[in-house]
Ligand binder design. Structure first.
Ligand code: NCD
Ligand code: ZN
Length: 371
């Protein structure tokens, strides 16, 4: 496989100002529920054909019935002419029944399971307290070829927050991989050079998603001229050298690294609070943000592998047949985006991005951007 892999699509004419990509997917997104769901899902469905939908609702999605009902709510929240497939995940708990997981996978309801260490992030209180407790579940997942998606941070208050991902690699992930060498694992939203190295060196059963924001923010962004709640997410952005390692990995063409936005909307007032929520809402201009990074790295010819090919190949799913078009035309990202009862500050708010999403497949190419 070469680093310009586009999955065998015949490339239409690309010039410097038009970028045509095989239709991408988002391998990590948060849609929430209720009013926020109606607002969030549409933005993802506009750019992506499929997305892995995270199960950290309250209560979490732990049964096949809950996932099927959530999938229905997502589809009902979308415009009638949507062309989008939500891929559902199960939220692992200490008590989860391996038979429930296997039945959901067999019936095509669950695509994967998500491991949240209890207390690691938003709505993770019901997560796993000790990974050893889910050994029987992992055994079953390995046997049936079901991917494990991992929030890779330890939760001990004794461990510095900037070290929690690196410590997780050695204390949790390495033992899991050693005991389950055939288990497909995605280390989600990696933020460190350590993770890049760990994933690159591991077997083909380990891959990682990289967000648009971790390719652009380092930890200084959290304190630029004052406290910046809209740059706060988990895992928290790290030092600049880690961001540089992520940029190299994402643009390398290595199929172990692929697109997962971790777009995670929170109400503006819940971000701008004395105890602000973790999460960055990047869905409205996700592809434009990635394109800007790949452009800066001189790697636009590798964006398609990262966004549209390596993810489905890892999951063992077919590549999408359609295309998306991006045009080099500046767009200013709104300072605030609103829906019914929803006010969210998007990633890149007030910034001007160099690229503009110009539609999917046979769709009209005049898309006026997020509103
Ligand atoms: C996510 C959320 O808000 O659900 N927040 C975040 O900062 N990424 C949870 C998560 O993926 O950690
Ligand atoms: Zn997430």
């Amino acid at each position: 496989m070469n680093s310009h892999d586009n999955g065998g699509r015949d490339l239409p004419r690309d010039d410097d100002d038009i970028l045509v990509l095989r239709q991408p997917d988002d391998w990590h997104v948060h849609f929430r529920d209720g009013a926020m769901l109606a607002f969030a899902a549409e933005h993802t469905a506009r750019q992506f054909a499929r997305a892995i939908v995270m199960p950290n609702l309250v209560p979490p999605v732990t049964t096949v019935a809950a996932a099927a009902a959530y999938r229905t709510r997502i589809l009902e929240a979308l415009p009638a002419d949507h062309r989008f497939v939500p891929l559902m995940t199960a939220y692992l708990t200490d008590e989860i029944d391996p038979a429930e997981i296997a039945a959901g996978f067999r019936d095509g309801v669950f695509t994967a399971c998500k491991l949240y260490p209890a207390g690691a992030t938003t709505n993770s209180a019901a997560g796993v307290t000790d990974v050893r407790r889910i050994w029987p579940v992992l055994e079953r997942m390995q046997a049936i070829g079901m991917p494990l998606l991992v929030h890779g941070e330890v939760v001990s208050p004794d461990i510095d927050i900037f070290d929690r991902e690196a410590v997780f690699l050695e204390t949790v992930l390495a033992p899991v991989l050693a005991d389950f060498p055939g288990l497909k694992v995605v280390l989600e939203h990696i933020t460190t050079e350590d993770s890049v190295r760990f994933v690159a060196a591991a077997g083909a059963n380990l891959a990682a998603t990289i967000t648009a924001h971790h390719l652009r923010l380092d930890r200084n962004a959290l304190f630029e001229g004052g406290l910046r709640p809209h740059a706060y997410c988990l895992p928290v952005a790290k030092r600049r050298r880690h961001k540089e390692a992520l940029r190299k990995a994402a643009t390398s063409g290595d199929p172990k690294f692929f697109l997962g936005t971790d777009s995670a909307p929170h109400q503006k007032h819940e971000k701008e609070s004395a105890c602000g929520c973790a999460g960055i809402f990047s869905a409205p201009t996700a592809l434009e943000s990635y394109a800007q990074t790949f452009d800066e790295e001189g790697a636009l010819d590798r964006l398609e592998a990262f966004a549209s090919v390596s993810g489905p190949r890892f999951y063992g799913l077919p590549l999408n047949e359609g295309t998306v078009t991006l045009r080099r035309a500046p767009q200013q990202v709104p300072e605030l985006m609103t829906g019914d009862g929803v006010r969210v500050v998007p990633f890149h708010a007030t910034e001007t991005l160099a690229w503009r999403f110009a539609g999917r497949g046979g769709q009209a190419t005049d898309d006026n951007g997020p509103s």
